[in-house]
Ligand binder design. Structure first.
Ligand code: NAP
Length: 336
């Protein structure tokens, strides 16, 4: 049986997901799309092969032909769509962030728990990346003992002039915030941001690079360098120092070349290329799980934890202090 999907928000990633769901993945079909801009909705409907389109959230969510929703609108519009899907009892995959404030994320958590069903998955696709999964399998095997320190980098070649200091957390580190606690099966307890000298390639509203330090319940210290005007490439690294050895996440492979006296290997330039495969794995898994009525990926609780952690990091960007991350205990509902 095909899962019949409605896609809300038909911008850049909305169109990518429509193509992926309609023409690449198995066991699903896009039957409706929606966007506040009618022309955008119409174009996306054509992209999906001539499906119906709407310009409001209630119409697509309550369309009886729609079994499940994929939300790709901007972050500020996620809450309305996700709450509507929960109210309709339909599985919903929302692109990150779950919502733009921790309080709004908590409202979604509370609504999902009140519904008594697991319906929400958040689009933190790094959990589906091959490299992170290879590292996780090694850590989970126990062969390397307990993790002690993580050294990570998130480097982009450059960003636009509208990108400011808090965006280093909300738009960039947010992916590490989700994937790293999952990687080591731990919880964050505090966050601190250290500001080194700023690169000449930045501008007055952006401190760049930044060192973000996250401490976990078990005492692991995570050192994350965010450097969004590094110039040389899109460079994601993750090294886990353990009791019995060190695990280094592999980078996607490129041919090494010998030329003009140099032996060199290219560095990825684009985040789209670096994580392209993980979007396919993520959404195929979501489709398969939605048909079974389960959520295996990042939950609404994970979306809430990411929001609280991001708030602590942004606070520390100003105070420079170690800020507590206070999420409360994970509800039993999300331990099932
Ligand atoms: P985008 O190109 O701006 O597309 C968003 C679309 O949604 C636009 O067509 C927008 O219309 C429309 N929209 C706005 N409000 C809406 C509403 N209430 N209902 C339905 N549609 C609405 O943005 P994007 O780059 O695709 O990003 C969308 C989401 O995906 C964001 O949350 C972003 O963080 C996330 N994202 C995740 C990843 C990842 O790596 N996982 C990568 C990229 C993006 P208007 O243009 O008229 O406002």
């Amino acid at each position: 049986m095909e899962l019949k999907i409605g896609v809300i928000g038909c911008g850049a990633i909305g169109k990518e997901h429509i193509k992926r769901l309609q023409y690449k993945l198995q066991g699903c079909t896009v039957v409706a799309v929606s966007d506040v801009m009618e022309a955008g909705a119409q174009a996306a409907a054509e992209l999906a092969g001539g499906v119906k389109y709407y310009t409001d959230i209630p119409s697509i969510v309550n369309d009886p032909e729609v079994d499940a929703l994929v939300v790709c609108s901007p972050g500020f519009a996620h809450k309305e769509a996700v709450l509507a899907a929960i109210a309709a009892g339909k599985p919903v995959f929302t692109e990150k962030p779950l919502a733009t404030t921790a309080a709004d994320c908590k409202d979604i958590v509370d609504a999902e728990m009140a519904s008594g069903r697991h319906l929400v998955q958040v689009g933190f696709m790094r959990r589906y990346d091959r490299g992170y999964n290879q590292v996780k399998a090694i850590l989970d095997s126990g062969d390397f003992g307990q993790p002690l320190i993580l050294k990570c980098t998130h480097r982009n070649p450059e960003v636009g002039t509208n990108y400011d200091t808090p965006m280093a957390v909300h738009d960039t580190a947010i992916h590490e915030i989700d994937v790293l606690h999952w990687l080591i099966n731990d919880e964050y307890v505090s966050a601190q941001v250290l500001m080194p000298r700023t690169t000449k390639y930045s501008h007055p509203a952006l401190r760049d690079p930044q060192i973000m330090v996250l401490k976990t319940k078990s005492g692991v210290i995570i050192d994350l360098e965010v450097f969004v005007n590094c110039k040389f490439g899109y460079d994601i690294n993750c090294e886990v120092i353990c009791e019995e050895g060190v695990v280094h996440m592999p980078a996607p492979s490129f041919p090494s070349v010998r030329k003009n006296g140099y032996y060199s290997t290219p560095i990825e330039q684009s985040w789209i290329n670096r994580f392209i495969d993980s979007y396919d794995v993520e959404l195929q898994n979501w489709v398969d799980c939605a048909k079974r009525g389960v959520v295996e990926g990042p939950t609404a609780w994970d979306g809430y934890v990411a929001a609280v952690t991001a708030d602590a990091l942004v606070k520390s960007q100003t105070t420079g202090a170690e800020e507590p991350i206070l999420t409360g205990d994970i509800p039993a509902f999300y331990l099932n």
